[in-house]
Write a protein that binds this ligand. Structure first.
Ligand SMILES: Nc1ncnc2c1ncn2[C@@H]1O[C@H](COP(=O)(O)OP(=O)(O)O)[C@@H](O)[C@H]1O
Ligand SMILES: [Mg+2]
Length: 326
């Protein structure tokens, strides 16, 4: 593999000691692979002498070894960007879509462009169609044997009945991320009606309700699946005291742990199924014994796991990427 293209958020905003995309880039650079980067907004379908092609405004990126591991970006810049040029996506050995959510309509349009690029010969990961087909929250409904009781509805009556049955539930908006728009709902909460109205906007918006899993105090486990292989350590994201959400973005503490037998059962079942769909990298969220989310847009936690264990996640990822592109 000689050169890869990365579609990402602005590199200047990366925190390189914890950014998974940086981990991938550093591992690729170590292998002598040339790196090019662009923003999502730099993707386009343009007329070229060879016809309409999906292109990006890509800058060549050189990593500054002196900055590796730095906990802030200020001391030495961690990369140097060369002059950007318009290049077709099929000119690269691989294209990594690493733009973070929100998964909004612009993200959907990007998946359509990336699908056209695949038809033109580009090797894009994750497969854009699979990313579009897997709503990170809704995708768990395909695997009810691994989930806590979960419903998705716009109707206040359904939500109320679910909370009555399970006593405590968690309400989630389908496009929330990083722990935003997660409510705990108790059957005897005098504000229950207002919580429901806030979530479903009087029937205009779909809401997921899930049985509350008290094992969240032990952490929300991120399990990575890479090219159909299960990473043997999870990153348990343990909520701050007094906080109900484990997300690192909500202040959760990340603690690497060996997988439990149940974690392994869930992960080993899903790994080949999802890999076959073109999902090279998947981040499962598991609370206690239950699958709660299947992250496919831009899963993270590479560096936390690598730093706390003897398992090099980025190395496995680039190995599997190279294999997928052969
Ligand atoms: N069923 C549940 N029981 C208890 N806590 C939950 C449950 N589902 C989610 N949470 C809490 O909300 C956080 C975020 O949930 P998640 O479904 O992964 O959404 P996202 O990470 O996209 O915001 C979790 O880390 C956890 O703290
Ligand atoms: Mg999550």
């Amino acid at each position: 593999m000689k050169k890869i293209a990365i579609v990402a958020d602005p590199l200047s905003e990366f925190k390189i000691y914890k950014d998974s995309t940086y981990g991938m880039m550093a591992e690729a650079a170590r292998r002598g692979i040339a790196l090019y980067a662009c923003l999502q907004g730099d993707l386009a379908a343009l007329d070229t002498p060879k016809g309409n092609r999906v292109v990006g405004r890509f800058a060549p990126i050189h990593l500054n070894k002196a900055a590796a591991g730095a906990s802030n970006n200020s001391a030495t810049a961690w990369f140097e960007a060369g002059e950007a040029q318009t290049m077709a996506l099929h000119e690269f050995d691989a294209v990594l879509m690493r733009k973070d959510p929100p998964f909004d309509m612009e993200y959907v349009y990007s998946t359509y462009l990336l699908e056209r690029a695949q038809e033109q010969g580009a090797r894009v990961f994750n497969y854009p169609r699979a990313v579009r087909d897997h709503s990170e929250k809704l995708a768990i409904l395909e695997f009810p044997q691994f989930t806590a009781p979960t419903i998705v509805t716009r109707q206040a009556g359904d939500l109320r009945a679910f909370v009555r049955e399970h006593k405590i539930a968690v309400f989630k908006l389908l496009d929330g991320m990083g722990g935003t728009m997660i409510y705990q709902a108790r059957h005897d909460d005098p504000n229950l009606s207002v919580i429901i109205e806030t979530m479903n906007q009087f029937g205009a918006r779909s809401v997921m309700a899930q049985r509350y899993l008290p094992q969240i105090v032990e952490g929300d486990k991120r399990i990575l699946l890479i090219g159909g292989e299960v990473v043997p350590y999870a990153l348990a994201r343990v909520p701050l005291a007094g906080e109900s959400r484990g997300n690192l973005a909500a202040g959760g503490r990340g603690e690497a742990r060996a997988l439990s037998p149940r974690d392994r059962e869930i992960a080993e079942y899903l790994a080949p199924v999802l890999a076959k769909r073109g999902l090279l990298l998947v981040g499962l969220d598991v609370i206690g014994d239950c699958l709660t989310e299947i992250n496919v847009t831009s899963p993270t936690c590479f560096q936390e796991i690598t730093q706390q264990t003897d398992f090099n996640v980025a190395k496995l990822f680039i190995d599997r990427l190279e294999k997928a592109c052969q």
